[in-house]
Design a binder for this molecule. Structure first.
Ligand SMILES: Cc1cc2nc3c(=O)[nH]c(=O)nc-3n(C[C@H](O)[C@H](O)[C@H](O)COP(=O)(O)OP(=O)(O)OC[C@H]3O[C@@H](n4cnc5c(N)ncnc54)[C@H](O)[C@@H]3O)c2cc1C
Length: 416
């Protein structure tokens, strides 16, 4: 029976384990860190991905830890409303959009993997350092926390080891450095009263002078009914630190840019100053690869297609990869053939999302208004941009990323 070694127990790796289990394919997850904790801050899972997670039987559990997003709302930096559109089920999809703490999502997936595949399906403290294909199988070598080494032999290996992927590095040793987008990000969480509907995903301002994204990721975190509000402040700057998901950030470095953002719907300086946690991360991605894998080794999620986080699609595309890979392995008994079929489907699809996130993600709405108003308050938004133009921007992105309402309604490829 085929056995697949999954390198990395993040969102993509754990979803792949669940999908392979459904397909009746044996697998084991090897994760570098010793203890999977509640790392990271907020993440959004859009309907194309919650469809998969719902089919895997995780919808109710996710709904209990996440916030079911109601709407996307756009403002300029003067607090003027530009556009609102409903999200997930509120927009007519059969599946919700979840705004969730990344650690909570990872924990729901990890628990499901352990319950369905067994306690030993996820092995922690195994950092992949290299692999070698020989005689119809692949040997993966791991470094252990005590300095020791070990190895595992499998029929196929999937590098789900994120933006610093060791598997990708071995497959593509001559690849250039990550591309810095020119935008630095500070991310944080603040315990805060419900903002707007209490399930609104807000985007405000524009990258040149500063853009804020804010949405709740945990409901009722205290007896005053407050929520855990996730926020990201992004601003164009030549300066940036290395990409490290856990790097601490300093509020003083960006607070001046947002000092006068005191609106009736949000006092941004007060909300940011009250943060429990601030992290700094440069907005980087990598040019799409001309090929992902070779033979019995392939890539999935951020390891395959790191993208700038401007379209809420990092987790979603990793989840879609997992479904496509499990389908290919179920259909083709030869592992190398299955991996090639998977790559043919997912590489162009995800390259399109990488490019769309650079040029025309949903926040292109903010860019349009910023440019057309020359960064000044407007009298009536209708004089600046029409609803049809605004819808064109968001619908175009949905089509590229694979979650337009029509595409999800019409696709009969997946049993829901
Ligand atoms: C610590 C951390 C915090 C994050 N925080 C956020 C956030 O706040 N917001 C957001 O939008 N996205 C965040 N992300 C990224 C987000 O999870 C991904 O963009 C997306 O979910 C795609 O998932 P993935 O499985 O491809 O990668 P990831 O979810 O990043 O998972 C990769 C996994 O591989 C493991 N790994 C790395 N190298 C090795 C190795 N050599 N051997 C074995 N295992 C390895 C990592 O520890 C990790 O568990 C974070 C990622 C990490 C690792």
């Amino acid at each position: 029976m085929t056995q697949v070694a999954i390198i990395g127990g993040g969102i993509g790796g754990l979803t792949l384990a669940l999908e392979l289990h459904v397909a009746g394919i044996d697998c084991k997850v090897f994760e570098a860190v010793e203890r999977l904790g509640t790392v990271g801050v907020g993440i959004n899972v859009l309907p194309h991905a919650t469809r998969t997670l719902s089919r895997l039987g995780l919808r109710d559990e996710l709904a209990s830890v996440a916030v079911t997003t109601r709407e996307h709302v756009f403002y300029n930096r003067f607090g003027q409303h530009i556009y609102s559109e409903p999200a997930g089920r509120y927009a007519g999809y059969e599946w919700p959009q979840f705004s969730v703490h990344r650690g909570d999502l990872q924990e729901v997936l990890r628990r499901a993997v352990r319950a369905r595949l067994g306690e030993h399906a996820v092995v922690t403290g195994h950092r992949c350092v290299s692999f070698e294909e020989s005689n119809g199988a692949v040997t993966v070598r791991f470094a252990l926390p005590d300095g020791g080494r070990t190895s595992h032999r499998a029929d196929g290996v999937v590098g789900c080891d994120g933006v610093h992927s060791a598997v990708r590095r071995q497959l593509h040793p001559d690849e250039g450095d990550p591309v810095y987008s020119g935008v630095n990000m500070w991310r944080g969480v603040t315990v805060w009263p419900p903002l707007l509907t209490g399930a609104s995903m807000v985007r405000a301002g524009w990258l040149t002078t500063g853009k804020l994204v804010a949405y709740p990721i945990r409901d009722r975190v205290d007896d005053r009914g407050r929520q855990l509000l996730n926020w990201v402040f992004e601003i164009e700057t030549p300066r940036h630190a290395d990409r490290d998901w856990n790097r601490a950030g300093r509020i003083e470095d960006f607070l001046p840019a947002i000092a006068d953002w005191r609106f009736d719907w949000l006092d941004a300086p007060e909300m940011i100053t009250a943060a429990d946690l601030v992290l700094e991360y440069p907005m980087v991605d990598q040019d799409p690869l001309p090929w992902w894998g070779a033979g019995r080794v392939t890539l999935l999620g951020d390891a395959a297609h790191p993208m700038v986080p401007r379209g809420s699609n990092g987790a979603g595309q990793a989840i879609l990869d997992a479904t496509a890979l499990a389908t290919a392995l179920r259909t083709h008994t030869d592992v190398a053939t299955a991996f090639a079929v998977y790559e043919r489907e997912r590489r162009p699809a995800t390259a399109a999302v990488v490019h769309a996130n650079r040029a025309n993600p949903p926040d292109a709405i903010l860019r349009e208004v910023y440019e057309r108003t020359r960064d000044r308050p407007f009298r009536r938004i209708e004089d600046v941009i029409t609803v049809a133009e605004l819808e064109d921007i968001t619908n175009g992105y949905k089509r590229t990323a694979g979650y337009s309402l029509d595409a999800l309604r019409n696709s009969a490829t997946e049993k829901d």
